[in-house]
Design a protein around this ligand. Structure first.
Ligand code: HEM
Ligand code: HEM
Length: 190
C-alpha cells in the first residue's frame, strides 16, 4: 500500500478508536423526527376541519389542499430522512428490547411513506388534480374505480385507527422509558 494511503488509514483507525460513543440523536435526526410528528398531527387536524366545511365550497377545497400539500411534504421529508439516516445511538438494552425498538421505528417509517402514497392514489384515482402548495399535479390514473378502491381501503377509516394505535404505542413506550424505567431514551431525542 502506498505510504500516503497507509497513513490515511491509520489516521482513520486512530480517530475511530478515540471517538466517544454516540449518546444522543443528531440534530438533523431530531429535526426530521419532530417536524414529522407535528406534520402528522396537522394531517389529522386538516382532514377533521375539512369535515365541517360545506361540500364543494372554497373552504373545503382549502382544507383538502392543505391536507394534500402537507402530506406530500411528509413524503419528501421522509425520503430525505431515510436517505440521510444517521445511526441510532446505542441503547445498551437487551437484544430483544433492541429488536422491538427497531421493529417499531421501521414500521413507523414505512407507514409514514405509505400514507402519502395511498392518499395520492385515493385523491387522483377519481381523476382529481392534487394540489402541492399551489402547484397542480395531474392524475396519472384518470377515473379508475378499482385503483380508487385500493386507495380508499389503504387511506380510509380503518387506517386512522391503525396509525393512531401505532403512534400511541410509540409515545407510551417513550414516556414509559422516561417516567417508569427512568432511562435516557426520551432525552436522546430532545
Ligand atoms: C402522512 C400523511 C397523511 C396522513 C396521516 C393522512 C391522514 C388522513 C386521514 C386520517 C384521513 C381521513 C380518512 C377517512 O376518514 O376516510 C384522510 C383522508 C384523505 N386523505 Fe390523507 N393523509 C396523509 C396524506 C395524504 C396525501 C399526500 C394525500 C393526497 C395527495 C391525501 C389525500 C386524502 C384524501 C383525498 C382523503 C379523503 C378526503 C375525503 O374525500 O373525505 N392524504 N387522510
Ligand atoms: C409526542 C410524540 C412522540 C414522542 C414523545 C416520540 C418519542 C420518540 C423517542 C424518545 C424516540 C427515540 C427512541 C429510541 O431511541 O429508542 C423516537 C424515535 C422515533 N420516532 Fe418518535 N415520538 C413521537 C412521535 C412520533 C411520530 C408521530 C412518528 C412517526 C409517525 C415517530 C417516529 C419515530 C421514528 C421513526 C423513530 C426512530 C428514530 C428516527 O428514525 O428518527 N415518532 N421517538
Amino acid at each position: 500500500m502506498p505510504e500516503s494511503r497507509c497513513r490515511k488509514r491509520i489516521g482513520t483507525m486512530a480517530s475511530t478508536a478515540v471517538s466517544a460513543p454516540q449518546t444522543s440523536y443528531t440534530l438533523p435526526a431530531k429535526f426530521y423526527h419532530w417536524t414529522t410528528a407535528v406534520l402528522i398531527a396537522a394531517m389529522f387536524v386538516t382532514i377533521w376541519l375539512r369535515g365541517f366545511m360545506e361540500s364543494k365550497s372554497p373552504a373545503q377545497a382549502f382544507w383538502t389542499n392543505a391536507h394534500t400539500s402537507l402530506g406530500i411534504l411528509v413524503f419528501g421529508l421522509t425520503l430525505v430522512r431515510l436517505l440521510s439516516r444517521p445511526h441510532a445511538p446505542e441503547s445498551g438494552e437487551s437484544a430483544f428490547a433492541e429488536f422491538l425498538r427497531t421493529a417499531m421505528h421501521r414500521t413507523l417509517l414505512v407507514v409514514t411513506l405509505l400514507l402519502p402514497i395511498s392518499g395520492f392514489v385515493r385523491m387522483s384515482a377519481r381523476n382529481r388534480v392534487t394540489d402541492f402548495f399551489g402547484y397542480a399535479i395531474a392524475s396519472p390514473f384518470g377515473d379508475a374505480p378499482s385503483i380508487y378502491a385500493i386507495g380508499r381501503a389503504l387511506h380510509g377509516d380503518a387506517m386512522q385507527y391503525v396509525v393512531l394505535a401505532l403512534i400511541g404505542l410509540h409515545v407510551v413506550a417513550a414516556l414509559g422509558h422516561h417516567y417508569v424505567l427512568k432511562d435516557d431514551t426520551l432525552r436522546r431525542m430532545v
